[in-house]
Design a protein around this ligand. Structure first.
Ligand code: AMP
Length: 217
């Protein structure tokens, strides 16, 4: 099964993606994580991406699409995958269609995580993530058992430099302008499955799972 997960930055899509990855045994492809990995390793790709990430803007499509295409060619993607943070605009969605068509593959469902801006702002500015496995925590709502240490893998937990109020506001603007139109793009194919993450992630996941079942997935 090949999935895309869509939602505003901080909507909880990363957490939902982690649950779906475990449940359906999928490779989890997060373009944000791939960029952050490159940044940490100081690769040319990471250095190029940093300027855009710090502004809350999108990294240019050609760079992003090439990175995703390489990732989709890795053997672990054969079992199915969940694309998290990609595509982020119509041009990327069309490029993805072409890549998949050349492999005789397709996207089976697009998971849309709904969340209000005020909830997002509160959650993102208190979010912490593991630099090793990408697991997400929250100092207010889901603190790690030991401060600064990931409950899942023992890695170091930190606050992303773009998780501040100013950059989050810009990322929400970028999302509304570029990514929201993807809902219509995939709705036309009848493959959108919704979860509402305003209250808690269990309810959100339950409705996503019901939606996937309704699509016979
Ligand atoms: P995320 O972790 O998904 O919130 O992504 C963090 C940042 O990485 C974004 O604000 C963008 O600068 C960049 N990024 C991630 N995915 C993409 C993408 N599909 N296209 C362009 N830029 C991206």
């Amino acid at each position: 099964m090949n999935l895309i997960i869509l939602g505003a930055p901080g909507s909880g899509k990363g957490t939902s993606a982690t649950v779906l990855r475990e449940k359906y045994n999928l490779a989890h492809i997060s373009t944000g994580d791939l960029f952050r990995y490159n940044l940490k390793e100081n690769t040319p790709l990471g250095i190029e991406a940093k300027a855009y990430m710090d502004k809350g803007a999108l990294v240019p499509d050609d760079v992003t699409i090439r990175m995703v295409e390489d990732r989709l060619n890795q053997p672990d993607c054969e079992k199915g995958y969940i694309l998290d943070g990609f595509p982020r605009n119509i041009a990327q969605a069309e490029a993805l269609d072409k890549i998949l068509a050349s492999k005789g593959a397709k996207i089976d469902a697009v998971v849309y995580v709904i969340c209000d801006d005020e909830v997002i702002m509160d959650r993102v500015t208190t979010r912490r993530v593991c630099e090793k496995c990408g697991a997400s925590f929250n100092v207010k709502y889901m603190p790690t058992k030991v401060e600064g240490v990931c409950d899942v893998c023992g890695g170091k937990v930190y606050q992303r430099s773009d998780d501040n109020a100013e950059t989050v506001a810009k990322r929400l603007d970028t999302y509304r302008e570029n990514t929201k139109p993807l809902i219509d793009f995939y709705n036309a194919r009848g493959i959108i499955v919704e979860g509402n993450n305003n209250v808690d992630s269990d309810t959100c996941i339950a409705s996503i799972e019901a939606g996937l079942k309704a699509l016979s997935l």
